[in-house]
Design a protein around this ligand. Structure first.
Ligand code: SAM
Length: 350
């Protein structure tokens, strides 16, 4: 039987492992295997993307959501959540600010808010593209119909982020109410890819009830989907949700999963997420050192940032804020990486 280092070598060479091998590697991980993994992940990231870290300006357009995911602070049943939605002018204002700061990708993220019809969104996307043809627009607005995804793509959206959250049916039902189905989530992801979006999926690490078997399922599903982007971050409880008293996921396991993802999908765009930075002041640097190559500073108007509260203590005004881009550049330079002013499209090199 292969030991952990040998499993990592095998993953690096074949970009895949069997279900049992994933489980064994995740369960038996220790500091030695983690350091070995991160060194390999950095080498591969360097081979594909050099020293470049891409920045995406995150604009949180709405804290209204029609869904009721048990983990999420903006779920519809949270009566304490502060709700807001940004107007077209406010969103375009964020893009203007971001462009001046050097951003060339804008991520429009929000709860599933029926206010943002296809017409409303298409006109916002077209406006961004007319004003800044050199920029990419990424959407992260949850599950929509095939027709809607197509219409937004035709309006100019380039990328779509939709985490599958967990690839196990049973675990999906622990995290979501019955009206939300993993099969629909997966169908949306395949549709997005077919339409031509650069597609991102991902999962929370350490969400309630998650096992090493579930994480193995996540890796097998991601291998099959073969997305261009994968967003993972630790689960962090929000006090006004059913999971308010559950323990948070760990930085340690999140970093290990990031390293594994870099070896499995060498070309993928992997963000070091805000959730990682929330649990550890150096979480984003650690994410980059484990194989990530994207950061998504917050470009939302300062007045609403505290209202998009997915989990307790979410960072929103420190170095993760877009205004602190210079400070972020210095922090990444200290670990040998360079933040670039670039759309940062997916590259298929390996
Ligand atoms: N509504 C869109 C969707 O469902 O994809 C985008 C917004 S949703 C709030 C963005 C992501 O936040 C989710 O995919 C989920 O993984 C993450 N998230 C929500 N609650 C979280 C929590 N308590 N801890 C960590 N991440 C969380």
């Amino acid at each position: 039987m292969l030991n952990e280092r040998e499993l990592i070598d095998k993953l690096r060479k074949n970009h895949t492992l069997s279900r049992d091998e994933w489980i064994r590697l995740i369960r038996n991980r220790d500091d030695d295997s983690a350091q070995y993994l991160f060194a390999a992940a950095r080498e591969i990231r360097h081979a594909v993307y050099g020293d470049m870290v891409y920045i995406r300006g995150l604009i949180e357009i709405s804290s209204y959501c029609k869904n009721d995911c048990y983990y999420c602070g903006i779920r519809r049943s949270n009566r304490c959540a502060q709700r807001y939605r940004l107007s077209r002018e406010e969103i375009l204002g964020c893009v203007d600010t971001g462009y001046d700061l050097g951003f060339r990708t804008f991520v429009l993220q929000g709860g599933e808010d029926p206010f943002y019809t296809d017409n409303v969104l298409c006109s916002i996307i077209q406006n961004i593209k007319d004003n800044y043809p050199d920029c990419a627009v990424t959407l992260s607005l949850g599950e929509r119909s095939k027709e809607s995804y197509r219409c937004l793509f035709e309006a100019g959206a380039d990328r779509y982020l939709l985490r599958h959250e967990t690839a196990s049916e049973r675990h999906y039902a622990v995290l979501h109410p019955p009206e939300l189905q993993l099969s629909n989530r997966k169908e949306c992801l395949y549709t997005l890819k077919r339409i031509g979006y650069q597609t991102g999926s991902g999962f929370m690490v350490g969400s309630p009830g998650q096992t090493a078997e579930n994480l193995a399922e996540d890796m097998l599903f991601l291998k099959e989907l073969n997305p261009q982007m994968v967003g993972i971050g630790p689960f962090i409880p929000h006090k006004d949700t059913p999971f308010g008293n559950q323990p948070a996921g760990t930085v340690e396991l999140t970093l290990f999963m990031l390293g594994l993802l870099r070896l499995m999908l060498p070309n993928a765009l992997l963000p070091a997420t805000t959730a990682l930075g929330t649990l550890d002041p150096e979480g984003r640097e650690k994410g980059i050192l484990a194989g990530a190559n994207v950061v998504m500073p917050n470009l939302s108007p300062a007045a609403v940032r505290k209202k998009y509260l997915l989990y307790n203590n979410k960072l929103c005004t420190g170095d993760e804020a877009a205004e602190s881009i210079q400070r972020l550049k210095e922090r990444f330079a200290s670990i040998g990486c360079r933040i670039v002013t670039d759309r940062g499209d997916f590259r298929q090199l390996i």
